[in-house]
Design a protein around this ligand. Structure first.
Ligand code: ADP
Length: 474
């Protein structure tokens, strides 16, 4: 029972309530007994005073009949002890014997002149408890005897017994009820936790579609369930994309491998001339290079996913970098009679890794080489805009439809699968570009319409180290 939260809560309720009950019983006893004794003492005193007055005004010859009359009238026990300690009158059995030390002490006090001494022979709830009053009887200035008046507290004891019995029964009922209520409340409050546990187990077993029904009334639980649901969602989506990525990657590598295997088998069927072998090897080299290119890209993405992409943080002269990348593509593009127009502002510096940044613009210009038509123009422009550098690579190619634009930066996404594949596209370049730009705190975007060319716009934050940039930034 102690192992569950419900059980512990119910036990806690029992403990607290038991403590409260015990404390209240104690308080009731203390206050009530004080009140009871006070009332009893007042009655005893008035009786004793009346008897003593009578005794003091009458000859000791009549004392016996006076004491008997009072005893009958009040029902109290009376005892008269002379100054030398002999019992001269005892209404029933001796109070001194019944009361023990307490009564002897009170007797002593009275003999010494104390006006009225009250004692109880036992606790108020004791079976034989007597409330005893000891008072001296004077003759002139001398104490001639002591009067003991005693009253049994048995009726009070019965009242207390009844009180504690009723209190005890009610207390027990309330303990049982409240611990049951505590148990049920805890059970109800923990119901959502059971649901969470069940769902988490199913998710752990591989069913990532499981979601928590969010109809908890408590805000804290609602928040927890929402957070868990979004965690399950992101788990599902990352698991799906991981699966897709693995499937796409193996598919992408399987194809060239199958081609390679087929070509080799055909080549080996009969002996060939050196010229033929040279031609075949050239073809194979192309296929292997393409596979190497894909594997390199996959490695880059895997490293960046694992946060292991090594990025140098240094000031990069972006103007120079773009000029160089542009120059390298001038020749490449001119092979397809594509004219490259460059407008690059001087002295633009950014913080980052030059080789990775170079890769971004190589990919973008490489795509124009693949998709721009012959005798068209490609523009590479770069200028400072507020606190960023804005670089645009624009071509007059087939463009990209709006429906593809949001997915274009996903891994292995190709607009026209077969056309792009023929051009050696695996669909990883733009995903790598996006990742590199984002780790440089930049953005990459596309503006395009089908049939009207495409513009890839990269924005990167300016490095604040360059004094001319600082002037611009102010
Ligand atoms: P890869 O690196 O294999 O070429 P990318 O990620 O760079 O792949 O490109 C993904 C797809 O985006 C390409 O297959 C192509 O369909 C489309 N694409 C990229 N650049 C252009 C462009 N300049 N014009 C038209 N389509 C493009």
């Amino acid at each position: 029972m102690l192992e569950t939260f419900r059980g512990r809560l119910a036990l806690l309720y029992i403990g607290i309530e038991f403590g409260i009950l015990l404390f209240s019983a104690l308080l009731i006893y203390v206050f009530l007994s004080r009140q009871v004794y006070q009332n009893m003492d007042e009655v005893l005193l008035s009786h004793a005073q009346a008897v003593i007055q009578d005794l003091e005004h009458n000859n000791s010859f009549y004392w016996f009949s006076i004491l008997e009359a009072y005893q009958r009238q009040t029902g109290d026990s009376l005892e008269l002890i002379s100054a030398n300690g002999t019992i001269q009158y005892a209404s029933d059995k001796s109070i001194i014997d019944a009361g023990g030390n307490g009564v002897s002490h009170a007797l002593g006090q009275a003999m010494n002149g104390s006006a009225a001494t009250f004692i109880s022979t036992e606790s108020l709830l004791g079976k034989q408890n007597l409330r005893v009053l000891a008072m001296p009887i004077h003759a002139g200035h001398h104490i001639v005897a002591t009067l003991l008046v005693a009253h049994k507290s048995s009726e009070i004891q019965a009242f207390f017994k009844l009180l504690y019995l009723i209190g005890g029964i009610l207390g027990m009922i309330s303990i049982v009820l409240s611990s049951w209520a505590g148990y049920m409340m805890a059970k109800r409050a923990l119901r959502p936790i059971k649901i969470i546990q069940k769902t988490a187990r199913k998710v752990a077993q591989g069913d990532l579609t499981q979601r928590l029904p969010n109809h908890a009334k408590e805000r804290e639980l609602q928040d927890l369930m929402e957070d868990l649901n979004s965690m399950f969602e992101s788990l599902e989506s990352s698991f799906k994309s991981q699966k897709r990525f693995t499937a796409d990657a193996s598919h992408e590598l399987r194809m060239p491998l199958t081609i390679l295997k087929g070509e080799m088998e055909v080549a080996l069927r009969h002996p060939r001339s050196e010229e033929e072998y040279r031609f075949i090897f050239k073809q194979h080299l192309k296929t292997v290079s393409r596979m190497q290119y894909i594997v390199d890209d996959l490695l880059t993405l895997a490293r960046s996913d694992a946060g292991m992409l090594e990025l140098q943080q240094q000031t990069v002269d972006l103007s120079l970098l773009l000029q160089e990348v542009g120059q390298q593509h001038l020749i490449l593009l001119s092979e397809r009679h594509i004219h490259l127009e460059m407008e690059i502002q001087d002295d633009m510096e950014v913080m980052g890794d030059s080789s990775h940044l170079e890769r971004v613009f190589f990919n973008l210009l490489g795509n124009t080489h693949k998709y721009a038509p012959e005798h068209s123009t490609v523009w590479l422009t770069a200028y400072v805009q507020k606190e960023t550098v804005c670089i645009t690579v624009r071509d007059e190619g087939p463009g990209i439809g709006l429906q593809h634009q949001a997915l274009l930066f996903n891994r292995f996404y190709r607009v026209d699968d077969s056309r792009a594949r023929k051009k050696g596209s695996a669909g990883l370049g733009l995903a790598i570009c996006k990742h590199i730009v984002e780790v440089h705190q930049g953005h990459i975007d596309i503006e395009s319409e089908e049939g009207k060319g495409a513009s890839f716009i990269v924005t990167l934050p300016l490095s604040s180290g360059n004094p001319s940039h600082q002037a611009r930034l102010q």
